[in-house]
Ligand binder design. Sequence first.
Ligand code: AMP
Ligand code: GLY
Length: 430
Amino acid sequence: MNILVIGGGGREHALVRSIRRSSIVKRVWCAPGNAGIARDADCPNLDIEDQPTFLRWIRRNKIDLTVIGPEKPLTMGLSDKMEQEGHRVFGPSMAAAEIESSKVFAKEFMARHEIPTADFQVFESAREAKDHLRHQEDRPMVVKADGLAAGKGVMVCAGREEALDAVNEIMEKGAFGEAGRKIVIEDRLTGPELSIFVLTDGYDMKLLPTCRDYKRAGDGDVGPNTGGMGAYSPVDNVGEEILRDVEHRILQPTLRGLAAEGRPYRGVLYAGIMMTEQGPMVLEFNARFGDPEAQIILPLLSRSLLEEMASIAEGSLTSGELDWHDGCSVGVVACSEGYPGAPVVDRKVKGIEKAEALEGVQVLHAATRKAPRRTVLTSGGRVLTVVAQGTDKENARARAYEAMGLIEFEGMYYRQDIAGENQKIVASES
Ligand code: AMP
Ligand code: GLY
């Protein structure tokens, strides 16, 4: 098969590496890709917004399957357009992807289908939102921009004053532009977080190993929210009972609900869950693999994900089981100084080969570009993910940090505490 992966981050590097493990693959392209992906795939210069030219390229290169990594092309309807033209795609339709692209849709959908999530209200004007807040008890709340805001549209607030500021920021100052035309104000939940990924053809599903992502920039979960600073999988103490509960209360009603509303979901669905004292509750859904979660989870799969993705693109999951390696996977993200604000770029990255020479270690590139004489330069905030497999979490973690210690670029920073603590996940009471 000839495969095209759309995207150019660490997630797409992990997808390319997983796809290449398949015996049915002939050639892999990735657009736009990056300096690391270019070692594993061809990176053509393709503009997916110029659809006629893009579709001509797909035909000319006899692409059998296109795998869409990021949310933006999905929410632009790339999957729908390609299918209309008779091409196979892994990635949900625009209507199904609305579960990520509109928080208002996602919350109202969950309310319609009784899927556990924080109590919320939707506002279309700053005045109404502020009036509402002034009449509420002063308590922790979360203010969310409706649309896509590169992971930054969620403001977790300690109380009313902060929530009023968040409303100002989003609706009056327009911090996220159109994405903030509507907002959701919801109760702030507490508990450990869990990322759950399922492969689905819209009706049946296969769960991937659980994952814990670290979103804050600083050790001990302080500092600004980021796209994700590292992750590990599987998560401690999440047994079958919890997973069945999540499946039963959250995943099944979500897939059933989407199908019933005429938006069957095909692809990988990402549920961000908080394990509260009332049981698992949904913080958000995403219509794609997590980044960096994909970098951490995919190496645990005993074989390529390609057969499963190709089968879903044809309309149904394969009949086989997914086999996973025992042990644990830990990934740590190296960032540029200035991230998540304005990252400083064009710094020379050293030590990648040395790091990859360690047993069980991979370096997946996220924001890198090639320069002359085999030099790799940084080109964005999250530069690369060092991923290590080990017999257990401690072993995988030690390998990941040993490898990270071999990599350097000016201004580089990373969290020191990824996979460092033992998480307590409580089984739900009811
Ligand atoms: P989201 O993009 O909706 O997942 O939000 C990003 C992060 O904000 C989540 O991973 C949580 O840490 C936090 N968050 C979102 N919603 C809530 C909530 N209702 N209560 C507490 N934390 C939340
Ligand atoms: N790591 C969080 C995300 O991919 O949305």
